[in-house]
Design a protein around this ligand. Structure first.
Ligand SMILES: NC(=O)c1ccc[n+]([C@@H]2O[C@H](COP(=O)([O-])OP(=O)(O)OC[C@H]3O[C@@H](n4cnc5c(N)ncnc54)[C@H](OP(=O)(O)O)[C@@H]3O)[C@@H](O)[C@H]2O)c1
Length: 277
């Protein structure tokens, strides 16, 4: 075991969709892990730079999952500042979770590269797990998913594939200075994705396209914080306009296998009972 692999890997967002899966994979291989989030001791907060040094102390590498989204103003600068501090702290190996077709996310990637780190970028499509571990779970449970997006194909990627890719990047040589664009194997519209979940659960879950104004009003009625309303509207306006409606070979390149299909995600997730109420 080299010096880097004997030190813990810091997983920022390590209790979230991809970070939790990565932590499970590393732990299963008896590799040391440090989770960085607001609920860990010591706590790590993106908005509180004073918490960063303790999180970085003595680690060999970092998985960077920014929250809430690299698309929010200032995220790129924050990631750049974090990467520079990591370098000063002697932590060169940084793996960034990024998003496709988001100018701000791509700016964060450039900031990471400019830090001089041994970087790897996982530039991801929409996560399938948004339907089961995020803001689309409640609408799915209520049998009515309403979003301001129509007939646009999105290659939903599974968080398991992202965690496998992060695991490979952090534990195997040869992934430094590589950008992997990770998508699933198939384009699905949101209506088709919901139909897959409906089939897997045996429930009558409907998908409805609504206007941006109606979406905005719905979120405010549900008391979603204003910054999330803005973020979600931006994602649905700017990213789901067809620019990402193509498949990539990123999963195949990093893992040497095909990505997981949405049908497998839907049936495995249905079997966990998360969509049963
Ligand atoms: N969701 C997608 O479809 C998608 C697609 C492409 C890229 N991405 C990127 O993926 C990243 C993560 O998004 P996600 O939706 O998957 O989130 P997530 O990882 O599921 O959940 C959030 C994680 O971040 C931590 N966290 C929350 N607020 C924090 C704060 N202020 N400071 C430090 N840690 C905080 C949470 O733990 P605590 O609550 O304990 O702090 C939790 O571990 C984003 O940068 C986004 O741009 C997402």
């Amino acid at each position: 075991m080299n010096e880097t692999s004997s030190k813990p890997i810091l997983i920022l967002g390590g209790t979230g969709k991809t970070g939790r899966r990565l932590a499970d994979r590393l732990t299963a291989r008896d590799l040391p892990v440090r989770i960085g989030s607001r609920s860990t001791i010591p706590a790590f907060g993106w908005e509180n730079t004073a918490t960063w040094g303790a999180a970085l102390d003595g680690v060999g590498a970092v998985y960077i999952s920014y929250y809430p989204d690299l698309a929010v103003p200032g995220a790129a600068e924050t990631v750049g500042e974090f990467a520079r501090l990591a370098m000063v702290s002697g932590v060169r190996r940084l793996v960034l979770l990024s998003g496709r077709g988001e100018p701000e996310a791509q700016r964060a990637e450039e900031m990471l590269k400019a830090s001089g780190a041994d970087w790897t970028i996982l530039r991801c499509a929409w996560f399938a797990q948004n339907f089961s571990e995020s803001f689309l779970l409640d609408p799915a449970l209520a049998d009515e998913v309403a979003l301001p997006v129509g007939n646009v194909g999105e290659p939903f990627v599974d968080a398991d594939d992202i965690a496998d890719a992060a695991m490979a990047a952090l534990t195997q040589p040869g992934h430094e200075h590589q950008l992997y664009e990770l998508t699933g194997p198939r384009l699905l519209t949101f209506a088709e994705a919901i139909a897959e979940i409906a089939r897997a659960t045996g429930r009558n879950i409907r998908y409805t396209q609504i206007s941006h104004a109606a979406f905005d009003a719905m979120l405010r009625e549900q008391h979603v914080p204003a910054e999330f309303v803005g973020l979600l509207n931006e994602l649905f306006t700017e990213v789901l306009d067809g620019r990402n409606s193509h498949l990539t070979d990123g999963v195949q390149r990093v893992l040497g296998r095909a990505p997981k299909d949405f049908t497998a995600y839907a049936s495995e997730t249905a079997a966990t009972g998360i969509w049963s109420n």
